[in-house]
Design a protein around this ligand. Structure first.
Ligand SMILES: C[S@@+](CC[C@H](N)C(=O)[O-])C[C@H]1O[C@@H](n2cnc3c(N)ncnc32)[C@H](O)[C@@H]1O
Ligand code: SF4
Ligand code: SF4
Length: 300
């Protein structure tokens, strides 16, 4: 991370903590909900299948920038499927950087060739070892690994949603992140139980077991891009929700934290690590602040 970006985020953090401000810093733009996969745990694919138009996405980027947002994520659906008038995901990432976003990331299922060197991080969903990943995501593991090997840059970070199917594969993904060229780290979430995937949720005891493995892996030098100090809060869902510093934009509609904010009762069962990490950070939790500094400077 550039020193100027670091200073910008430090200033934002200090103002937010001291004055209990609720201004957002992280924004996600949903480019489409169209997807080539229908993963077992996912409730947000192919609802409309609309590709949002380039001009609209550009306007949304400008709106988020003007709100003070400096960390931008592109998400879907499948982001690499998005195109409009000859524009593709890579054009959006380049334009976001030119607009002044300090960190630009994208989330992908990795089933398309990866040529996105301008992104700070490509969060690539990998949901376990081959067997469990394929159980969740169809027969895609080998194709994804091929694309990682042939990626044009080393800015990939595995992104694993831990659920009843893959809860015993946390270690496998940590070790793979450590040993795979082009992969910088792995970032975890626990399954967030939307009404149609409730049965995949983990109990606090199961979450604690997974966190123990993650912590052991961190000790052994695996590149886990999460904060150990947030684990106890995640295990018991004891962190504040929603995250006011994060917003999501989909088809012109702005939501605080996530699209899921509209699902009754879901925030109390939220499994997204970023929510725990950011809300605790901006509540002024000293351990989280210190660990966040070390972790972010290491991986971005
Ligand atoms: C909705 S997908 C969109 C981007 C891309 N299609 C992908 O799979 O990475 C974004 C991330 O959300 C995760 N996800 C989907 N449903 C989830 C849930 N109920 N709880 C936690 N993570 C979930 C996916 O595993 C993926 O890592
Ligand atoms: S690839 Fe992503 S958007 Fe598509 S079904 Fe899977 S989790 Fe959902
Ligand atoms: S806190 Fe609520 S809105 Fe935010 S990600 Fe979790 S479930 Fe979604």
């Amino acid at each position: 991370m550039k020193i100027s970006s670091f200073l910008y985020f430090a200033g934002f953090g200090i103002r937010t903590v001291l004055f209990r401000k609720k201004d957002p810093i992280l924004g996600t733009i949903i480019l489409t909900d169209r997807c080539n996969l229908t993963c077992r745990h996912c409730s947000v694919n192919n609802i409309t299948s609309v590709m949002y138009p380039y001009e609209q996405v550009k306007k949304e980027m400008r709106q988020l920038y003007d709100m003070g947002i400096r960390i931008l994520f592109f998400c879907g659906g499948e982001t690499f499927l998005w195109e409009d008038h000859g524009k593709k995901l890579r054009d959006l990432v380049i334009e976001a950087k030119e607009m002044g976003f300090l960190i630009v990331n994208t989330v992908t299922n990795g089933t398309f060739p990866i040529d996105l060197p301008e992104a700070d991080l490509i969060l690539l969903s990998l949901d376990g070892d081959k067997e469990r990943h394929n159980q969740i995501r169809g027969n895609t593991y080998d194709r994804i690994m091929h694309h990682i090997r042939h990626a044009s840059s080393d800015n990939i970070c595995f992104y694993m949603a831990v659920n009843q199917i893959n809860k015993d594969a946390v270690r496998d993904v940590c070790l793979l992140a450590k040993d795979t060229p082009n992969v910088r780290a792995v970032s975890f979430n626990f399954h967030t139980p939307y009404p149609d995937t409730k049965e995949l949720a983990l109990t606090p005891k199961e979450k604690a077991k997974c966190c123990k493995v993650m912590a052991e892996m961190m000790e052994e030098g695996a590149p886990v891009f999460n904060l150990k100090s947030a684990f106890p809060y995640l295990i018991d869902n004891r962190f504040p929700t929603p995250c006011h510093q994060c917003v999501v934009m989909e088809n012109g509609k702005l939501s605080v934290c996530g699209r899921c904010i509209e699902v009754p009762g879901l925030c109390e069962k939220c499994g997204y690590f970023f929510v725990a990490e950011y809300t605790l950070l901006f509540a002024g939790n000293v351990k989280i602040i210190w660990e966040m500094l070390r972790t972010y400077l290491k991986y971005i």
